[in-house]
Write a protein that binds this ligand. Structure first.
Ligand SMILES: [Zn+2]
Length: 160
């Protein structure tokens, strides 16, 4: 995937690593700050916004099971993940009107996985020219507000 200019990703480097697994925290503890990123909790999985997005609406789709690899999922878990992925693309298409998507998994730290122990799929909406009009945001707060607005919009769409 083409790497987009996303200066706020710098905060990723500065942020203190937190104990445990982001997906399991977001799934099991509604009071965890990362649970605010969750936009949908389907049976057997969850969909949450990436805190350091490459594009608006960049979400991660994960199975509820804390398993490292796609090959570790049993058939019902794989089927649930694909069906969650399908609905996610459909909701993003309806709400954000992207012209395309990148869908993929970084498996293993060497491949860029930030959370290598809990497999997840990245879904990045794409627009023509999005590498050019990406706003240069230096304030993390601005990005957070944007994320909250996006999260609310998507939560409503998933619930409908
Ligand atoms: Zn986990």
């Amino acid at each position: 995937m083409e790497r987009l200019w996303a200066p706020w990703r710098m905060t990723y480097i500065k942020e203190e690593p937190r104990p445990g697994c982001l997906f399991c925290r977001a799934l099991n503890d509604p009071s965890d700050p990362d649970a605010e990123l969750v936009v949908w909790r389907p049976e057997g999985g969850l969909v949450l916004l990436n805190k350091f997005p490459y594009n608006p609406g960049h979400v991660m789709v994960a199975p509820a099971a804390h398993k490292a690899g796609l090959e570790d999922l049993d058939s019902p878990e794989s089927a649930a993940l694909m069906s969650t992925l399908g609905r996610t693309i459909s909701v993003l298409r309806q709400e954000l009107k992207p012209e395309g998507f990148n869908v993929g998994a970084n498996i293993g730290r060497v491949a860029g996985a930030g959370i290598p122990d809990h497999v997840h799929l990245h879904v990045v909406p794409r627009w023509n020219g999005d590498t050019n009009f990406m706003p240069v945001l230096s304030e993390v707060k601005v990005v957070n507000e944007h994320l909250v607005a996006t999260a609310e919009k998507l939560r409503r769409a998933f619930a409908s």
